[in-house]
Design a protein around this ligand. Sequence first.
Ligand code: ZN
Length: 163
Amino acid sequence: MARQPNPGNARKEKKDKAKDRISNGSARLKNRRPEATADYLKYGEFGIEEVRCKLCSSVIKRLAVVPDLERVERRGTQTIVTQPVVLKELANYTEVLMEMDDGSAHVTPMCIECAKSVQAEDLEDMYEIDMGQASKDEELGLGEVYWESWADRKPKGSKKLRG
Ligand SMILES: [Zn+2]
């Protein structure tokens, strides 16, 4: 009887391959653009509190109070103010859709300024940084990454989705 390939091993192989690309991408980007960051999410007590552009480190999303949803409650002599917060897109926020060489697509957030002059090398490096983030999220149990597709595909072009 022929041996069946072990899907668990194949997946791990792809993930290891992706890990190599991840470390190369952020180092290369930092070399070309000293102001770039692979550490583009800032976590606080409410989860993600800030999102930065990977190419220039400008803040593009920030936690903000929703004034319309503020609630004031009085309990005896105490006043309790509840202020709901959301991760708000700032005026410089946009998203870029990367067309991948396998026909799939990948969307990444960035600032409007950088989106105007995004280069092919930037796309590759940003994609590798996103794989790094996806890998961290996966380790935190925030969802499995389909490494079988993610590890090998490469961006071949991009278009700005808005802004
Ligand atoms: Zn930027």
